[in-house]
Design a protein around this ligand. Structure first.
Ligand SMILES: NC(=O)c1ccc[n+]([C@@H]2O[C@H](COP(=O)([O-])OP(=O)(O)OC[C@H]3O[C@@H](n4cnc5c(N)ncnc54)[C@H](OP(=O)(O)O)[C@@H]3O)[C@@H](O)[C@H]2O)c1
Length: 430
């Protein structure tokens, strides 16, 4: 049999320890599929004495992960440390420069430095593989780059952050507010102590930037993603969404338009009949639309030791066979600089909820502001009639332009009858 593939693992946290466990438990199966054994021979983490629930005795230990890049006995470097800069960047850069293939689960690193790192990989003729970086165990990178390689992709939409999907699902099922559900999620370990990367949409935006680069063969461009998180989604909007036949989901959407590429992460109203509306809890899903294949949807666990290790080891199996795909689906020089459409030019329908004083003329003023901005209404719901008290008014618009909607909102917010900042949620048809 061919000699084993020798792997150096940097980072022995959730994912790193998961990879070691998978390679131990499924050693025979992986060896048969890879055509050779896949053996971890060296590791790096900060704390040498920590119990990781998996044996590391007999493996070479590096206090500085960059040492793995220079170890002549290592064939592949696994970067499972995390962070867009610091030791993760230094290690990946050094390994590629040394002509060693790299497998990483690090979406932040790829979203920010993916274009430059791909150039280094290409110059040295080595792989930079990252199946685990987007949607954990769902093989979406391979699906987009290889399985759908024959198609022009026009749109990608995904539930890309399990923490947000868990919170939105729990808010809907129990009629609770964001802050309460977040506190529970933190207690249960579904949300980090500092949840901002997840709930403010940054993690989903890192993943969307990666998917958009693959789908449109455009250099990865995190800075151009429009990002809104879920902190402002309230229980009352989730209940109205339900009444109107929608679910609220945090989606990452990348779309080809006649004017360029849209890349946006924000809460969306999705029709309940749409399969992605029924993806609940910590599950992720990605929908891709290709010109020949039509619509493809992949669903599964987007995080956790097992699913993420599954994706990392799939990349190792490719490397064991010597299979190498271009990092972003085609050679760097063939990537296309399509323009990015700003959010102000977005076209779509909107859900708008206002809390207004229930007095004559208020609704007329609101609808006049929308009319003046050229926004036409599809429907309106007004609930509760206690004179002088705040009542919710929900308006659903026909397709309009984000700029027009913002102009109308500015005018509406000036009225002393509008008591809270308006809630605005974009409606995503599918
Ligand atoms: N967790 C998931 O479900 C998941 C899913 C998909 C992708 N990812 C990505 O996978 C990567 C790892 O995530 P994780 O959840 O496994 O993180 P984690 O549990 O925090 O583990 C990070 C590991 O990196 C090590 N480390 C940190 N700084 C280091 C340094 N300077 N030198 C050497 N080692 C260092 C830590 O060492 P010590 O243990 O000694 O502190 C730890 O073992 C991240 O890029 C993350 O975005 C994670």
């Amino acid at each position: 049999m061919t000699r084993p593939l020798s792997v150096g693992v940097a980072g022995l946290g959730t994912v790193g320890a998961g990879v070691l466990r998978l390679l131990r438990d499924n050693a025979e199966l992986v060896a048969a599929r890879a055509g050779r054994r896949v053996a971890v021979t060296a590791v790096s983490a900060r704390d040498r004495s920590r119990d990781r629930g998996v044996a590391t005795q007999g493996l070479r230990w590096y206090d500085d992960p960059v040492g793995l890049a220079a170890d002549p006995a290592i064939d592949v470097v696994l970067e499972l440390i995390g962070g867009s800069d610091g030791p993760a960047y230094k290690l990946v850069h050094a390994a590629l420069e040394a002509g060693k293939p790299v497998v990483t689960a690090n979406k932040a690193l790829l979203a920010v430095h993916g274009a430059a790192l791909a150039q280094v990989a290409e110059q040295h003729g080595v792989s930079l593989a990252f199946e685990a970086a987007v949607a954990g165990g769902i093989p979406v990178i391979k699906a987009l780059r290889e399985g759908l390689a024959a198609n022009r992709i026009d749109r990608i939409a995904g539930i890309l952050n399990g923490t947000c999907n868990y919170i939105l699902t729990a808010m809907r099922e129990h009629g609770r507010e964001f802050a309460d559900v977040l506190a529970d999620a933190q207690r249960l370990g579904y949300a980090e102590a500092d949840p901002s990367f997840d709930v403010d949409g940054i993690d989903a935006a890192h993943k969307l930037a990666i998917l958009a680069a693959l789908a449109f063969n455009r250099p990865v461009d995190f800075a151009s993603v429009h990002i809104e998180g879920i902190r402002n989604v309230s229980a009352v909007d989730i209940a109205f969404a339900n009444d109107l036949g929608y679910r609220i989901k945090l989606l990452g959407i990348a779309r080809r338009t006649p004017h360029g590429i849209e890349m946006r992460v924000h809460p969306c109203m999705v029709p309940q009949s749409n399969p992605i509306a029924r993806v609940d809890g910590v599950y992720n899903a990605v929908v891709a639309e290709g010109d020949f294949v039509g619509r493809v949807m992949l669903e599964g666990r987007g995080a956790g030791a097992g699913p993420t290790a599954s994706a990392v080891v799939a990349d190792l199996v490719d490397l064991a066979h010597g299979r190498r795909a271009p990092v972003w689906g085609m050679a760097g020089e063939a990537l296309v600089q399509l323009p990015v459409v700003p959010m102000s030019a977005h076209e779509g329908a909107y859900y708008l909820r206002l809390m207004v004083v229930d007095r004559p003329g208020v609704i007329a003023d609101v609808t006049a502001a929308l009319r003046d901005a050229g926004v036409s209404l599809e429907s309106m719901i007004q609930r509760g009639r206690a004179p002088g008290e705040a009542v919710p008014v929900v308006l659903v618009t026909h397709e309009t332009n984000e700029g027009a909607m913002r102009a109308a909102l500015e005018q509406i917010a000036r009225s002393d009858a509008v008591l809270e900042p308006p809630a605005l949620i974009r409606i995503e048809p599918a």
